[in-house]
Design a protein around this ligand. Sequence first.
Ligand SMILES: Nc1nc2c(ncn2[C@@H]2O[C@H](COP(=O)(O)OP(=O)(O)OP(=O)(O)O)[C@@H](O)[C@H]2O)c(=O)[nH]1
Ligand SMILES: [Mg+2]
Ligand SMILES: [Zn+2]
Length: 361
Amino acid sequence: MTIRIETIGWDAGRAEEWTREARDGRAPGRIAVQHRGAYDVLTAEGEVRAEVVPRLVRGAASRSELPVVGDWVEIEPLGPGRAAIHALLERRTKFSRLAAHDAASGVTEEQVVAANIDIAFVVSSVNEDLNVRRIERYLTLARQSGARPVVLLTKTDLVSDPAAAVATVSQVTLDVPVHPLSTSAGVGLEAVLGELGPGLTAALLGSSGVGKSTLVNALVGNDRIKTAAIRSDGKGRHTTTRRELIVLPGGAGLLIDTPGMRELQLWSADQGLEETFDDVTSLFGSCRFADCAHDREPGCEVRQALADGRLTQARWDSFLKLERELETLGHRLDTRAAAEERKRGRPGSRTPLESGDDDLT
Ligand SMILES: Nc1nc2c(ncn2[C@@H]2O[C@H](COP(=O)(O)OP(=O)(O)OP(=O)(O)O)[C@@H](O)[C@H]2O)c(=O)[nH]1
Ligand SMILES: [Mg+2]
Ligand SMILES: [Zn+2]
């Protein structure tokens, strides 16, 4: 089945990028699913199964330089339904976190969860799982991604006063839109579609069980993706086990469904943190001392804002926590860079790349 390649997100900028290099016999494709060692790739000629050529794997300094869902790649058709991936096109945006296996292994590695997304839907349910601190954490990475963040509050049918939940969340989202919805009741889906558009790609990001796949199915119009109820013993979480790029019917856009992340640890996101906490960081300029630590210094605007209620202690603590996490990550990255510097030149010292995934943390 052939499609217009614009349907899967190709645009004039990509066409221009494509012609900058000689690509005889090659075609553009977009990663839809990553398997162990292979990918499902969408092309104008249909879907193909493709592997990355060894040269590309060898040249990658880390796993984050290999294709992930949403990436545009250069493929060489190898016969019906098969292809080889030769190159990665420029990543315009990427939603990254600290890879989940790191705590155990001591490795500090970026995991690109989704690439080339235009919109980052931060999904949270409004019932007892609602946690504004977690939303701030997601927004920090969503703003850093380069995509436009939008918050979706699901399962409004489960609470008596959804407007109260929207109001609570809106206190920490600043200029980011917040849409309440109930997929079960069919309420709010137009607002989600309104954020999308032809050729635009949105990733659904959020904890397990908040209803990401249920929303995808509702927008696709059938039960494309398996979903499961959360039981009182917690079973029914982590239903989705892979990330998948899905083309919505009628050119409404593209969605990337992701497995719920139990723990979202920050990858480098100084800019994202600053923007997410613009109300906080904008106070710093009014402190009496330029190097104010916002602790006991006289004339501290942060302390003043905490005292007169312009800033809540919880939001200030949340900012400090995320800032410390980024600092720790920065130290780990510095240590890693120094170690790599020492190893440089020694043959065979590069960390071996594994394919496969580790979303289910
Ligand atoms: N009451 C209610 N339940 C919903 C709604 N949307 C989804 N659910 C239910 O929530 C449960 C989890 O939904 P999923 O779509 O599988 O959640 P998910 O976010 O994809 O979860 P993972 O794949 O584990 O990340 C299912 O039982 C859904 O039927 C809603 O709007 N209202
Ligand atoms: Mg799911
Ligand atoms: Zn201060």
